[in-house]
Design a protein around this ligand. Structure first.
Ligand code: ADP
Ligand code: MG
Length: 706
């Protein structure tokens, strides 16, 4: 075997105490192949064994204790099976405790000697006045064992299999001790350039990595941890930001140079309202992007009801005026159809062909549609993820828009890119789910972002109320009043059918109850859920839209995008079962007209802390950004869409929720470097360049997958 250049590249097999069998296990179970892998297998917590307890000191049953003292008496108690045990009297000069073993008795018997000094660690058991420890860790007092107690003691994650083969956390700590003792900080290369370390007063990465396994105290641990976090977040930013500017330089886009007839006709003749200042600003940003000759990659954030659709349409008209086609992809059939209807209506008389494609468009209709699309006879194609299927080919796709993008998988989004031949289409992704700042700096770090931060005029803010089953009669009364005023009502349930928990109000039950309280012919009710045929859904939605039905009972299929301005009351049943962003989306279905709107969150009396915080947050604020921050805090970033799938967040230590400060510092540092040296050609940045070369595989970019 050839000797590796860097000791860290050595196979883990060659670490003292490992060998071929354990090496195989460590590879399989923990993915640890080299010294480096083991070094970067950080402890997930620590035990503080830096001080000793006294046996006489007050301690509660179950406390972890560490004593130093002598074995004064050893006794084996014979018996059958579990009756057999070894009991040792242990004294530290102040008092004594009993140490008990039921297993490995022979081994312990051999190890313990009366009169010798031991360090004992374990969980204290108090029974009557007697103190004992079952299966304590025991170790003879030597210089070596005392030395180990001068640092915090690391605890490593392992697996069941490793535990069964005696490769438990303690055994792994023996390995990391062996490893860290033979390494010097200089053996661990870092990509951060010296000048930056000096400027930010960072200590060496190698030092931090060695320290993190065996810190002397909490302060040292935190310092080392922050240093490692800095590396992770800085290098993540570097990948994203370098990539973004590379794309901007390299990837050409179709330049939409002119604003033409269709845009102008629509803007001056058809647009029924004045754009808000925020909409105007965003349209300007988008026009500039699309006219620049560089491919646009933009995320449009705007709270529910802020008017993103019209912005999307204006962009599509610009594409058409420049001889291109545009497509708009929505996450549900209902939403896609609604977009199709409103776009058809808004562009009526402009000579624009709008196509509609979902999984349920079949046979001849589908065939003709696809043909027309390929011939360039369809200008705007609206649909669901059916737009991504192979046979869907465009004559000249210039703009691809995804609505409510968080609902799509990453893979699905990637495919939109393949739909244009020579130049990639301009990409616009729209979302009403505000992206917390930390995430827009990381996950979305390579997208440009536009924000519509203003609602169209005349909207009254929605009043949100938390209510309980016992108040249902009052709710019914309230709904009757609102319907009497000509308003319409949504009632949303979390499930379609009776689930395993019988107390759960499901849609069917609920529907019957509502029928009972709102009898025909005075009241008309629509039902919509995910298992209905698309045409039935459409039929019911249309009845509600036209105001024929007063109440729409549904599952969350109406969550996104649905726009019925006259509906002013949203009742969410079992609100505790919904996530925050879902609740916010649902609430966004009301408050679209000039009327005072209401959102009523019905829940059981017993709520988990988290559910209570979600509901309280909803009652407290209408601000989507605030809600998103709480959501991130409650769920952690791992759950936020796309992150896990993206695979680009290789963070062992850093936490996107809590490490905002380090994220900020590292981002600023990174931007400053790229501004001065965009291609990283300067000598002083050669380590950064080397890092990027080495980690091309981590280059999955959000721009690419949007
Ligand atoms: P979202 O951003 O949630 O997708 P929509 O695009 O569905 O919002 O717009 C919500 C409603 O507001 C629609 O009925 C739309 O016609 C209306 N709207 C959009 N912009 C304006 C505006 N500038 N002035 C008045 N109404 C507007
Ligand atoms: Mg929308």
């Amino acid at each position: 075997m050839s000797k590796p250049n860097n000791i860290l590249d050595s196979s883990i097999e060659f670490l003292k105490g490992v060998g071929p069998v354990r090496a195989e296990l460590l590879k399989k179970e923990l993915g640890l192949h080299t010294f480096r892998d083991l070094l970067l297998h950080f402890p997930f917590r620590y035990i503080d064994k830096t001080s000793f307890n006294k046996t006489t000191e007050p301690a509660a049953d179950g406390d972890m204790v560490q004593y130093m003292g002598k074995i004064t008496d050893i006794e084996t108690i014979d018996g059958k099976g579990s009756q057999k045990r070894l009991s040792a009297e242990f004294s530290d000069g102040y008092g004594s405790v009993e140490l008990v073993w039921f297993q490995r008795i022979n081994w312990i018997e051999e190890y313990l000697e009366e009169g010798l000094e031991y360090i004992v660690y374990g969980r204290l058991k108090k029974y009557g006045g007697k103190k004992s420890i079952v299966h304590p860790e025991v170790e003879k007092v030597t210089q070596d064992s005392l030395q180990k107690l001068t640092t915090l003691f690391p605890v490593y994650s392992t697996t069941e299999k490793l535990n069964a083969r005696n490769l438990h956390s303690r055994a792994i700590s023996n390995l990391t001790r062996t490893l860290t003792e033979q390494l010097k900080p200089g053996d661990i290369p870092d990509f951060i350039p010296d000048y930056l370390m000096e400027k930010l007063r960072l200590r060496s990465f190698g030092e931090a990595v060695l320290t993190i396994h065996y810190p002397k105290n909490e302060a040292e641990r935190i310092q080392a941890e922050n240093r490692i976090k800095f590396n992770e977040l800085f290098l993540l930013q570097l990948r994203l930001l370098y990539n973004r500017q590379l794309r901007k330089r390299k990837i050409r886009g179709i330049a939409f140079e002119q604003i033409g007839q269709k845009f102008n006709d629509f803007f001056h003749k058809k647009l029924q309202f004045e754009l808000t200042e925020a909409q105007k600003r965003v349209v300007k940003e988008l026009r500039r992007d699309m006219g620049s000759g560089i491919q646009m990659n933009r995320l449009l954030q705007g709270d529910v009801g802020s008017g993103k659709t019209i912005v999307a349409l204006l962009c599509m008209l610009i594409a058409i005026d420049n001889g291109c086609q545009a497509c708009l992809m929505a996450p549900t059939e209902i939403l896609a159809y609604q977009h199709f209807q409103s776009i058809t209506k808004m562009t009526d008389g402009l000579g624009i062909q709008v196509g509609f494609l979902t999984g349920s468009v079949k046979g001849k209709v589908r065939k003709e549609l696809l043909f027309a699309l390929e011939q360039g006879n369809i200008h705007i194609l609206v649909g669901t993820h059916a737009l991504l299927e192979k046979p869907v080919k465009y004559a000249r796709l210039g703009l691809a828009i995804t609505d409510e993008q968080h609902r799509f998988g990453v893979q699905q989004r990637a495919r939109l890119w393949t739909k244009a031949m020579e130049h990639p289409p301009h990409i616009l992704v729209m979302t009403a789910t505000p992206i917390p700042r930390t995430l827009s700096m990381t996950l979305y770090g390579d997208l440009d972002v536009s924000v519509i931060d203003e609602l169209p005029p005349g909207r009254k803010s929605i009043r949100t109320i938390h209510s309980f089953e016992s108040k249902r009669p009052k709710l019914t009364e309230f709904l009757r009043t609102e319907i009497g005023r000509g308003r319409q009502v949504y009632v949303v349930y979390p499930l379609i059918e009776e689930s395993e928990t019988l107390d759960l109000k499901n849609l069917q039950d609920g529907y019957e109850q509502i029928l009972h309280h709102f009898p025909r012919p005075d009241y008309q009710i629509s039902v919509v859920h995910g298992r209905m045929k698309p045409q039935d859904k459409e039929f019911e939605m249309n009845r509600f839209k036209k105001g024929i039905t007063h109440i729409l009972v549904s599952t969350t299929v109406i969550e996104v995008g649905v726009d019925v301005p006259n509906a002013s009351v949203m009742v969410i049943e079992n609100a505790e079962r919904f996530g925050l962003s879902q609740l916010h989306q649902l609430r966004g279905r009301v408050g679209r007209g000039a009327e005072q709107s209401y959102c009523i969150l019905m829940s059981g009396n017993k709520l988990s802390n988290e559910a209570r915080e979600r509901i309280q947050t909803m009652v407290r604020t209408n601000n989507g950004f605030e809600i998103a921050e709480v959501d991130l805090k409650l769920r952690g970033p791992g759950d936020i869409e796309g992150i896990r799938q993206s695979g680009m967040l290789d963070l062992k230590m850093a936490n996107l929720v809590t490490d905002t400060q380090i994220l900020q510092t590292s981002r600023q540092a990174c931007m400053a470097i790229l501004e001065e040296d965009p291609e990283l050609n300067l000598l002083k940045n050669k380590r950064l360049k080397a890092y990027l070369e080495k980690n091309k595989h981590l280059f999955l970019s959000w721009g690419r997958i949007s």
